[in-house]
Design a protein around this ligand. Structure first.
Ligand code: SAM
Length: 261
């Protein structure tokens, strides 16, 4: 792993949040000890609330985004309640492992990329399809293709085009590849990081990512995309880069942003 990649992982908010929970632990122990000495012993639930409160305070001091305070506060009591619920329902530990593995395969590197899986829909696919020039074959890529809905749709509508999806998380990639195989689609699904893809090989790059990814996306697109190619982003724009087109896709808060290179 490169130094830059390991620096990015260390700076990921989820990793910092975990480290702050660890840092909060001795503070929680000291608080519980002092309260016990003062004649106010805490229940186990109370102990988790103190742990959460310290973690939330540290997250605020460390400058994590405001929603992390709520997550940090709720995390320890939620763990305890989940444990007690599992005991009450006599759930085997394997059930937790199964849920963990499912979520791991679904979200994979989201802690680093800050781009989780959530699908676009037919209105977006229609709007994107309407933007594709009909007079020539195109190479189109959906960076972060999820379950493959857009890629399969475009491959079906435009048999003259080469339509590719690239996806980092194993489960969505597997699902999209199986869908393409079962449907006999020409759509191509790659498993990997779009940061390692050369955008210069595509006429149209579609992105449905998150605000956290947009600045780096612009730098990559500006460096690699060729004249005549198009970058389309659903819902998230790029600060300081006015798109040439904005299309409302039905839900007026959600817009398709288009930049021509
Ligand atoms: C919001 S979903 C969009 C799914 C799909 N494009 C759609 O329109 O339904 C974003 C997807 O991007 C994937 N992703 C995030 N970062 C990525 C990266 N660096 N390389 C490849 N895929 C990535 C996530 O795993 C997730 O499935």
């Amino acid at each position: 792993m490169s130094a830059a990649a390991s620096r990015r992982i260390r700076r990921a908010p989820a990793i910092r949040a975990l480290l702050l929970q660890i840092l909060a632990f001795p503070l929680m122990l000291a608080t519980v000890w002092l309260l016990a000495r003062a004649g106010m012993p805490l229940s186990l639930f109370g102990v988790t609330l103190v742990q959460g409160a310290w973690a939330a305070l540290l997250s605020w001091r460390a400058g994590l985004a405001s929603w992390w305070r709520a997550i940090q506060f709720q995390f320890p009591p939620a763990l305890l309640l989940a444990r007690q619920g599992a005991d009450a329902l006599a759930l085997p530990p394997a059930a937790f492992l199964a849920v963990f593995l499912f979520l791991l395969l679904l979200y994979w590197s989201t802690f680093r990329t800050q781009v989780p899986y959530y699908p676009s829909g037919r209105r977006v696919w229609d709007a994107v399809a309407a933007q594709l020039p009909a007079d020539r074959p195109l190479r189109i890529v959906d960076i972060g293709s999820g379950l493959g809905g857009l890629v399969l749709e475009l491959a079906g509508r435009r048999p003259d085009c080469e339509v590719t999806g690239i996806e980092l998380a194993p489960l969505p990639w597997l699902a999209s590849s199986l869908r393409a195989r079962l449907a006999g689609s020409r759509a191509r699904f790659l498993r990997g990081d779009y940061e390692n893809l050369n955008f210069g090989n595509f006429d149209v790059v579609f992105a449905y990512l998150s605000p956290a990814a947009m600045d780096a996306l612009w730098r990559k697109a500006a460096a690699e995309m060729r004249p005549g190619s198009v970058l389309i982003s659903y819902e998230f724009t790029i600060a300081g880069r006015e798109p040439e087109q904005r299309l409302v896709t039905g839900d007026s808060r959600k817009i398709l942003y288009i930049w021509h290179f």
